[in-house]
Write a protein that binds this ligand. Sequence first.
Ligand code: SF4
Ligand code: SF4
Length: 132
Amino acid sequence: MKKRIYYWVHEEYRDKPIIAKVILETKVLINILVAKMKPQESFLILELSGSEEQIEKALNMLKKYGEYEDIPKTIEKNKERCIDCGACIVHCPVNAISREEDFTIVFNEKECIGCKNCVKICPLKAIEVCEI
Ligand code: SF4
Ligand code: SF4
């Protein structure tokens, strides 16, 4: 299974190899999808892959060094509002937005990590990220 989370590392552990430690001890694969390290905005978006048991173990370890939150990932495009301008495509960090052959914009819910970049950038407020 796969699980995507926001992760905030406690300040005292920010220079420690937490992710590597979790990978080594739990054998969960961890993909760092986004890493923001500015003083005013510091968090990671992680994708964990492994068995349910492994992922639970990894989350318990991560909790020792920081805080995490599940990522909601149901994207809804308001078809009435969207004009298929494509402005949202380049702001998606995981390429979950693409253009069909007929030039309409489509969202791939499986890839979406719920970061809301597209929501903020859309000039017509045509996108919503819903809680699961
Ligand atoms: S930015 Fe908004 S209007 Fe433009 S394609 Fe994306 S969802 Fe549609
Ligand atoms: S919320 Fe939007 S920008 Fe973020 S991953 Fe999902 S589709 Fe991409």
